[in-house]
Design a protein around this ligand. Structure first.
Ligand SMILES: Cc1cc2nc3c(=O)[nH]c(=O)nc-3n(C[C@H](O)[C@H](O)[C@H](O)COP(=O)(O)OP(=O)(O)OC[C@H]3O[C@@H](n4cnc5c(N)ncnc54)[C@H](O)[C@@H]3O)c2cc1C
Length: 475
C-alpha cells in the first residue's frame, strides 16, 4: 500500500541543505533516466519515476538523506550504474533515487593484506585495472564490468565469468561500511580473512538488493595475478554435446578453469552480427570457452592439452588455443556483447539467468527448446555453464501486442523447469521487481516470512527499496 510521504518543496530544501544544491535534481528528463535499469522498458513503461535524484558525495550525505527519509517516511532507492536485469533500481514507490556516481574513488590498495577499499560508485573494471597495475587480481568479472558499479555488484552478488574458480562477488567481499535506514553508519567485517563473531552480516547484505542498508565502502579481497592466461574456443556440433561435456572437464581433466562459458548457435551469429566480426568455426552448433590460468608455461600447456584431448574424445569439432591478448580479447568481446546484442536486435526481449546443478543443464536446455517452440518465440542461450548458470533468453524480432503474455507464459514454464531440476530462478541477476511475484514458486512460506522479518528488523518503516524481492502484500 502506497502511504508514503511525497517529496514536497520543504523536503527538497532539506535535501539541498544536507547534500548541497548541485547534488539534488528534479529535472524531469534526469528523473526518468535514473528510474530504469536494463530490463526491457515495456515491463513498466513510464510508471515509476523518482520525484528527486540525489547524488551523495560521502557516507555522511547518505546518512543524512536516510535519516530524513526515515523520519518523513519517503522511499529511497539506491542506484548503481543501472545495468541491472531485475528492475532492482526502479523506484517502485517513487520518492528519492540515490545515485552513487559521485562516490567513485579507490580509497586504499593494501598490498600487505591483499585488499582494496573502494566507494560503491566505482566502475567494476576500474578495480580490476588498479589491482592488475599492482600485480594483483580482483576476481569479480561480470560481463557488464565496463559499466556496472561495484555497489550494484555487491547488492546483486553479481556473478560473471570467473565464478567457477573464484566464486561470485560475495566471495571477494571482506567488509562493508553500511548506512542503515535510520541513518546510522556501521562497519560489518574487516580485512581479516576469518570471522565468526556474531552473524555474518557482510554476506547477508551481499545480494540484499539495496533493501536492508546502503553500502558506502567496500573492502575486497585480492589475489596474486596469474602470469599466464589461455582461452580455448571449442566448437561442438550441437548444444547437447557441448553442455553434456562440461562436467567432465573438472572430473576427468582434473583442472579448475577460471571460466567455462557457453554460446549456442544463435548467440554465435548474433555476436558476429553485432560486432561485425567472424568467429572461428561459426558453422558450429555451439561454442564453449574454457579459460585456464597459471604461472608455469609447461604446467599450463599440459592442462590445456588434457582438456583439448578430452574435448576431441567427446565430439568437439576443433580446439582453438588463444594465448595472445588480441585474440583472447576478441573472443571475450563476442561472449560479453550478447546481452546488448539481444536488446539491439529484438523488438521485445526477456533475459533470464536460471541456475541448476551442472548435471541438469542438458535437461534444462531440452525443456527450454520445448518451451520456446510451444510459445512461438525465439530462444538465444548462452551463459556461465561452468556454474550451471544459463542465460535463457527470449526474443521477438518484430513488435507484438501480445509479447507480455507470450513471455509470461514461457517464463512460468521455465521457472517450473528450473525448480523441478533442483535449480533456481536467478543465479546472479537478482529478484528485484521483475521476478518478485515468482519468488513464492521457489521459496516456501516459512522462508518468505523470514525475509519479511529480516527486512522489518533492518527497516521497520519500509523506506529502503520497498516492494522488491517479495510481493508487496507480504512486504
Ligand atoms: C550487458 C549486460 C551484461 C551483464 N552481465 C552480467 C554478468 O555477467 N553477471 C552478473 O551477475 N550480472 C550481469 N549483468 C547484470 C548487472 O550488470 C549486474 O546485476 C550488476 O551487478 C548491476 O550493477 P549496477 O551498478 O548497474 O546496479 P543497478 O542496476 O543500478 O542496481 C542494482 C541493485 O543494486 C542496488 N544498489 C546499487 N548500489 C547500491 C548501494 N551502494 N547500496 C545498496 N544497494 C545498492 C540497487 O538498489 C539495485 O537493487 C549484466 C547486465 C548487462 C546489461
Amino acid at each position: 500500500m502506497d502511504d508514503y510521504a511525497k517529496v514536497t518543496p520543504e523536503i527538497l530544501t532539506a535535501l539541498e541543505s544536507v547534500v548541497g544544491v548541485r547534488n539534488v535534481s528534479t529535472d524531469r528528463e534526469k528523473r526518468e533516466v535514473y528510474s530504469y535499469d536494463e530490463v526491457n522498458r515495456g515491463y513498466w513503461d513510464g510508471e515509476y519515476v523518482a520525484e528527486v535524484v540525489v547524488f551523495p558525495e560521502s557516507p555522511e550525505h547518505v546518512a543524512a538523506v536516510l535519516a530524513l527519509a526515515n523520519e518523513r517516511r519517503i522511499p529511497v532507492t539506491p542506484r548503481g550504474a543501472g545495468t541491472g536485469l531485475s528492475g532492482g533500481a526502479v523506484p517502485l514507490h517513487r520518492g528519492i533515487v540515490l545515485s552513487f556516481e559521485k562516490m567513485n574513488r579507490i580509497l586504499e590498495l593494501d598490498t600487505d593484506n591483499l585488499t582494496i577499499t573502494v566507494e560503491p560508485g566505482i566502475v567494476t573494471a576500474e578495480i580490476t585495472k588498479a589491482a592488475r597495475a599492482a600485480g594483483l587480481l580482483y576476481a569479480g568479472d561480470p560481463c557488464s564490468g565496463d559499466a556496472s558499479f561495484i555497489g550494484g555488484n555487491v547488492a546483486e552478488n553479481a556473478g560473471g565469468n570467473k565464478v567457477v574458480k573464484y566464486g561470485s562477488t560475495g566471495a571477494s567481499v571482506l567488509a562493508l561500511e553500511a548506512v542503515l535506514p535510520d541513518g546510522s553508519v556501521t562497519w560489518f567485517g574487516g580485512k581479516r580473512r576469518k570471522d565468526v563473531t556474531g552473524y555474518d552480516f557482510v554476506h547477508l547484505l551481499v545480494g540484499s538488493e539495496g533493501t536492508l542498508a546502503v553500502v558506502t565502502k567496500i573492502v575486497l579481497k585480492l589475489l596474486p595475478l596469474p602470469a599466464r592466461v589461455v582461452d580455448l574456443l571449442i566448437p561442438f556440433p550441437d548444444t547437447e554435446s557441448a553442455v553434456s561435456f562440461v562436467p567432465r572437464i573438472l572430473r576427468e581433466a582434473k583442472v579448475v578453469p577460471s571460466s567455462i562459458e557457453f554460446m549456442d548457435r544463435t548467440s554465435i551469429l548474433l555476436a558476429q552480427r553485432y560486432l561485425n566480426i567472424r568467429l572461428p568455426h561459426d558453422d558450429a552448433g555451439a561454442h564453449l570457452i574454457v579459460q585456464l590460468e597459471g604461472n608455469d608455461p609447461k604446467t599450463l600447456a599440459d592442462e590445456y592439452e588434457r582438456v583439448g584431448d578430452l574435448c576431441f574424445a567427446h565430439g568437439a569439432l576443433e580446439v582453438f588455443v588463444a594465448d595472445n591478448r588480441n585474440v583472447r580479447d576478441k573472443l571475450w568481446k563476442a561472449r560479453k556483447c550478447l546481452a546488448e546484442a539481444i536488446m539491439a536486435f529484438s523488438a521485445h526481449s526477456c533475459l533470464e539467468d536460471i541456475a541448476v546443478p551442472s548435471s541438469a543443464v542438458p535437461e534444462l536446455m531440452r525443456r527450454t527448446a520445448a518451451i520456446t517452440d510451444r510459445w512461438g518465440i525465439e530462444g538465444v542461450h548462452f551463459g556461465h555453464i561452468g556454474d550451471g548458470n544459463m542465460h535463457i533468453n527470449f526474443m521477438l524480432p518484430e513488435k507484438r501486442p501480445d509479447w507480455h503474455d507470450l513471455f509470461g507464459g514461457a517464463l512460468r514454464e521455465l521457472y517450473a523447469a528450473a525448480r523441478d531440476l533442483g535449480g533456481t530462478i536467478s543465479g546472479e541477476h537478482g529478484i528485484g521487481l521483475k521476478r518478485r511475484d515468482y519468488i513464492t514458486t521457489m521459496l516456501d512460506p516459512a522462508q518468505v516470512e523470514l525475509i519479511r522479518r529480516v527486512k522489518r528488523a533492518f527497516d521497520p518503516n519500509n523506506i529502503l527499496n520497498p516492494g522488491k524481492i517479495v510481493p508487496e502484500a507480504l512486504s
